[in-house]
Design a protein around this ligand. Structure first.
Ligand SMILES: *[C@@H]1O[C@H](CO)[C@@H](O)[C@H](O)[C@H]1NC(C)=O
Ligand SMILES: *[C@@H]1O[C@H](CO)[C@@H](O)[C@H](O)[C@H]1NC(C)=O
Ligand SMILES: *[C@@H]1O[C@H](CO)[C@@H](O)[C@H](O)[C@H]1NC(C)=O
Length: 434
């Protein structure tokens, strides 16, 4: 008894030092979790915003109609999401964020004010309508739409039907592969014999192909992914590790016809989100293949990205656009999540990358956190009393290409995918026990 008492006396000051609010702001440095938005108040705010949007059309029993519109972006002056159709490339990110919060409440053991049964119900309801995309061969965006939704469902709940949806999606995507070009067609119809567009974003689909390949032992799916990744190293990169956005190939001969941009500043510039897709995509490709060519190119792309960050640490929307210009917080969050995935592969080797990821998240939260939502207890239930700004981050840029009309351009918005990758990165931090 005596021994226990004196031991706990010794321990008490240490424990208090960790969980008490600082006596004076100058005396303590914030904890890692406070820096990356994982302290309790920040987690509550994240949950409140996502839960508040998910429950917008709930009836008095807390049930929602199956959603048909999917949150995508919030205008610079607005606070509410503009929705997109279930077939849009971004339709999976809001459901995917719900799955990430379900992961947080279950396998990551974070006590959440909305219980996991409810989060699962919402994630499933928001996911179900996307299934009709699984047979599509008119888009390459099935990785975003299907792997970030049904893929999470399969991984987090062991649901065999969700797994089959992802496998079918991977097979549909594989039909867009052209062996002569050695790549998966991003835009355009399968029957276009003159143009074959491949955008750097396409690297984000490979994770789904590798996963489906492992699940089915069908090597073809992995081979397609690897071939696409090798062709992309050859043609999408400059010597300094920066990337072009859109390439056009001749689908009959495989010849490279042109390099340019869609959403970036110019055909020869580096669009920061494109660079981020490359980084995240090659890290996933390295994870699945352990082929050092993919690690090398990922690290080169990372060095370029980090070297172009301004003093406040939040990337501009294009690394070659005139300053000052709008930021793209989504680019930073995609990179942060990728770097943490890399750190998870080898914690001794990729410490610098982990530190860079933490700094990206911290800097982004400092610059671009919207006003918090008001979460409180009513009749013994946690409810969102005031939702306010619906997104998790501001200062995302969809497209600021000066060649486009004013209405086509859209900067300083709230982007659902900036929030998705922020939560994904935060979940890595929790999973890694940082
Ligand atoms: C971030 O977005 C808000 C809302 O549109 C805007 O007022 C602010 O100036 C932006 N900040 C930066 C650094 O661009
Ligand atoms: C969690 O929420 C569900 C659905 O709202 C409810 O039925 C269940 O009782 C709750 N569980 C706990 C442990 O509060
Ligand atoms: C493996 O996947 C490819 C691409 O989807 C498909 O053409 C092939 O039939 C599959 N092989 C088997 C044995 O299912």
């Amino acid at each position: 008894m005596l021994w226990i008492a004196s031991l706990s006396l010794f321990l008490i000051p240490l424990q208090l030092g960790e969980c008490r609010p600082p006596l004076s702001p100058r005396q303590t440095t914030p904890s890692l979790h406070e820096r990356v938005g994982l302290d309790e108040a920040s987690q509550d705010n994240t949950l409140a915003k996502v839960y508040g949007v998910a429950m917008k059309n709930a009836n008095q029993f807390g049930n929602i109609p199956i959603p048909t519109g999917f949150p995508e972006w919030i205008s610079a002056k607005g606070t509410q999401y503009v929705n997109k159709d279930k077939g849009d490339w971004t339709a999976g990110f809001f459901p995917g964020t719900l799955w990430l919060l379900y992961q947080r409440a279950t396998t990551l053991k974070q006590t959440q004010k909305v219980n996991s049964t409810k989060l699962k119900y919402l994630a499933e309801a928001w996911t179900v309508n996307l299934e009709s995309n699984k047979g599509r061969t008119d888009t390459h965006d099935l990785g975003f739409m299907m792997h970030d939704t049904f893929g999470w469902k399969a991984k987090l709940t062991n649901d065999a039907q969700a797994r089959d949806v992802v496998i079918e999606s991977a097979k549909s995507l594989a039909r867009r592969f052209n062996p002569t070009v050695g790549a998966i067609r991003s835009w355009g119809s399968l029957t276009d014999n003159n143009n074959f567009n491949v955008i750097i974003d396409n690297m984000m689909n490979l994770d789904m192909l590798y996963w489906a390949s492992q699940q089915t032992s069908n090597k073809t799916l992995a081979d397609i992914a690897t071939t696409h990744a090798l062709t992309t190293i050859k043609n999408h990169f400059r010597a300094d590790g920066s990337t072009y956005h859109v390439l056009n190939y001749n689908p009959r001969t495989g010849a490279l016809l042109s390099r340019g941009t869609n959403q970036g500043y110019s055909d020869s510039s580096t669009w920061s989100r494109g660079q981020a897709w490359a980084i995240h995509g090659y890290i996933a490709t390295y994870k699945h293949t352990k082929d050092v060519r993919f690690l090398d190119i990922a690290l080169k792309a990372v060095n370029y990205f980090l070297s172009k960050l301004p003093a406040d640490g939040v990337p501009y929307w294009d690394f070659n656009a005139p300053l000052p210009g709008p930021r793209d917080t989504s680019a930073g969050m995609i990179v942060a999540s990728g770097l943490l995935q890399l750190y998870a592969l080898d914690r001794a080797r990729f410490v610098k990358e982990k530190d860079a990821a933490v700094k990206l998240i911290e800097d982004t939260l400092k610059l671009s956190s919207p006003p918090r939502s008001d979460f409180g207890v009513v009749n013994g239930q946690w409810v969102v009393k005031k939702l306010g700004y619906e997104g998790l981050l501001m200062n995302g840029t969809i497209d600021n290409n000066p060649g486009k009309t004013k209405t086509e351009r859209s900067a300083n918005t709230g982007l659902v995918y900036a929030g998705y990758y922020l939560v994904e990165a935060q979940n890595w931090i929790l999973q890694l026990g940082l």
